[in-house]
Design a protein around this ligand. Structure first.
Ligand code: CU
Length: 161
């Protein structure tokens, strides 16, 4: 692939808002983000979480190494795990999405934990997140704020091979 072609792909990054329930799809070099949202702030707290599915259409694994956003001081990748019958969360350093596969960040699973939100996030607002990958360009996405009441039940994780 020559350089001009590569630049064209990066510039073709587009946002489709394809349904009223805030399903957004963003595309960048074969990485597809679907149904992203961040939970509205609970009054009196400055911590929240964000969810989405990350689909990798590349023929090699991609590795999410971090996430940042100007609206918060720190964002970590977390995983919920069961330990002695108790649900716990722990930080993971990176999230691997295998080639031609999808990883779903959802309540009780992987999620983005957002610390020190600078102002309360209200439903209908949007925030911008930057996803950092080990070998791919950063992916900047705009995602809606949703109240917990708008959450759909967690989907089962699928893998495409
Ligand atoms: Cu967490």
């Amino acid at each position: 692939m020559n350089k001009i072609c590569l630049i064209a792909i990066v510039l073709s990054f587009t946002l489709f808002d394809i349904s009223s329930n805030a399903l957004a799809v963003e595309r960048n070099s074969n990485i597809i983000i679907e149904a992203p949202y961040v939970r509205a702030s609970i009054p009196g707290t400055d911590i929240t979480s964000a969810y989405m599915s990350i689909e990798n259409k590349n023929n090699e694994a991609i590795i999410l190494t971090g996430v940042s956003g100007l609206f918060a001081d720190r964002i970590e990748i977390h995983q919920h795990t069961m330990s002695n019958g108790m649900m716990k969360m722990r930080q993971v350093e990176q999230l691997v999405v295998n080639e031609q596969s999808k990883v779903i960040l959802q309540p009780m699973g992987y999620h983005l934990m957002i610390f020190n939100v600078k102002k309360a996030l209200l439903p209908e607002e949007e925030v911008s997140l930057t996803l950092h990958f080990k070998q791919q360009k950063d992916l900047v996405i705009t995602i809606p704020v949703q109240s917990i009441k708008q959450e759909k039940p967690a989907k089962k994780q699928h893998h495409h091979h």
